[in-house]
Design a binder for this molecule. Structure first.
Ligand code: PMT
Length: 408
């Protein structure tokens, strides 16, 4: 039998929470796809969602009644039963308002009451306008939900209800179904990193000089993204902290947190670190930043311009200083000379478990190439050199070394 013929969600109980967003209309397609995959679907909606799609439509497609209020049917404990019935609670679309209420634990509608009662894994697919998505309140609410162990289905970029183009679209129903399939595959399969949370840093950072200029480097993020994908393939729940780059991933096991500066990367990583089992620092973080950022464009004047630089926080060093016995830290070392000496120094001084050495002296290695040539040194004194390979293959070698170290 081909894999396509196997209904991968056969018998799975999916509790779909639909909140008020224009993307609510996609709930109809989502339910159809889930039912086609063999899933049993029950729907709860907020009253705001009924303005975008009717309960009758969703009840017909799911073949189950769609309750709207805590006192609609049965008795008061309706929400507890629903919450306990599900294998997964999926909130799609998750509006900014519903995300905020979930983060706070508010309970002023049936969807939220069911959410608070749910004992199963929770996933949410945000949908809102780009400015709302980037608002610090939403950022912090999403981070909170992730810290509760919920999975955020990656948001899409495209045309928004406002007519603007940008981030904020709900993932397409097909992507949401793929996300669910990966979830159940990982749950059933015996992947080596199932249940592990991994943080990966990738890409460059930029450090502002004035509103039009910055200091940065040539990192594309390709190496770090390949590692994030290899970790997710091995079953890890991956948080990718990504500096400014056009590279991206649509892997369903990865949540991407975009940052710009070393300081932002430091904050994004250190707040997540207590929940992480593995950290891989593949980012090329600026070591120095302008001590003062001009608030207006610096005008051309003297023949020379001096900019005072100050050190950025060393993210990896700070993790190494505070890591627990079960946490595994992997660093990179990029040099042009004395590569081994510097790599071993970083392994020792930053209290790493493993360091990946790559050199700009090797053709095809380092920034922006699709290939890399690495040597791995671990804390037990083992050294392994690899030939030039694709960054995906290098990522596999690194993940294999991580899994070995976990079992050592
Ligand atoms: O992104 P690509 O184009 O695919 O290129 C991949 C890469 C060359 C960027 C990658 O393979 C790599 O080598 N990344 C680390 C680059 C680097 O900054 O190396 P470093 O030797 O200066 O830093 C040592 C380690 O400390 C690194 O793990 C770095 O992420 C970390 N660090 C450095 C400075 C700082 N302030 N905080 C850090 O966490």
């Amino acid at each position: 039998m081909s894999m396509d013929a196997i209904k991968m969600l056969q018998g799975k109980k999916i509790l779909l929470g639909v909140s008020g967003s224009i993307a609510a209309y996609k709930a109809a397609t989502l339910i159809r796809l889930l039912v086609k995959e063999g899933a049993e679907v029950k729907v709860v909606m907020t009253n705001a969602a009924t303005g975008f799609i009717t309960p009758l439509t969703l009840a017909t497609l799911s073949k189950n009644e769609v309750p709207l209020n805590i006192s609609d049917h049965d008795s008061w404990n309706n929400h507890v039963r629903l919450g306990r019935w599900a294998d997964v609670m999926l909130i799609a679309p998750a509006s900014a308002n519903t995300i905020a209420k979930m983060a706070l634990g508010l309970c002023d509608n049936l969807l939220l009451a069911v959410y608070l009662s749910a004992t199963c894994p929770v996933m949410f697919a945000p949908a809102m306008d780009e400015d709302m998505w980037h608002h610090p309140a939403t950022r912090s609410n999403v981070d909170k939900l992730i810290s509760y162990g919920h999975q955020q289905i990656p948001i899409a970029t495209g045309e928004l209800a406002s007519g603007l183009f940008g981030e904020g679209r709900m993932a397409e129903p097909e992507q949401i179904v793929a996300f669910l399939k990966t979830h159940f595959q990982q749950k059933n399969g015996n992947k080596p990193l199932n249940g592990t949370t991994a943080i990966v840093t990738a890409g460059p950072t930029i450090e502002h000089i004035d509103p039009v200029r910055y200091i940065s480097n040539h990192s594309s993020g390709k190496m770090g993204i390949a590692i994030a994908e290899a970790l997710a393939d091995a079953g890890a729940n991956v948080q990718l902290v990504l500096g400014p780059t056009s590279q991206q991933t649509s892997h369903t096991g990865i949540t991407t947190i975009k940052v710009q500066t070393a300081q932002e990367m430091f904050e994004a990583v250190t707040t997540r670190f207590p929940h992480a089992g593995i950290v891989v620092a593949a980012a090329a973080v600026a070591d120095y930043r302008p001590a003062n950022v001009a608030d207006r464009k610096i005008k051309k004047g003297e023949a020379q311009l001096h900019i005072d630089l100050e050190k950025t926080p060393d993210i990896l060093r700070s993790l190494g200083d505070s890591k627990g016995p079960q946490q595994l830290l992997v660093g990179f070392s990029l040099e042009t000379n004395n590569e081994k000496e510097y790599a071993l120094k970083k392994l020792r001084e930053k209290h790493l478990d493993l360091i990946v050495m790559n050199s700009l002296a090797d053709a095809g290695a380092g920034f922006n190439y699709d290939t890399n040539k690495v040597t791995l040194f671990d804390k037990n004194g083992q050294e392994r050199s690899f030939p030039l390979k694709s960054k995906q293959e290098v990522a596999q070698d690194i993940v294999s070394a991580i899994i070995e170290l976990q079992h050592a």
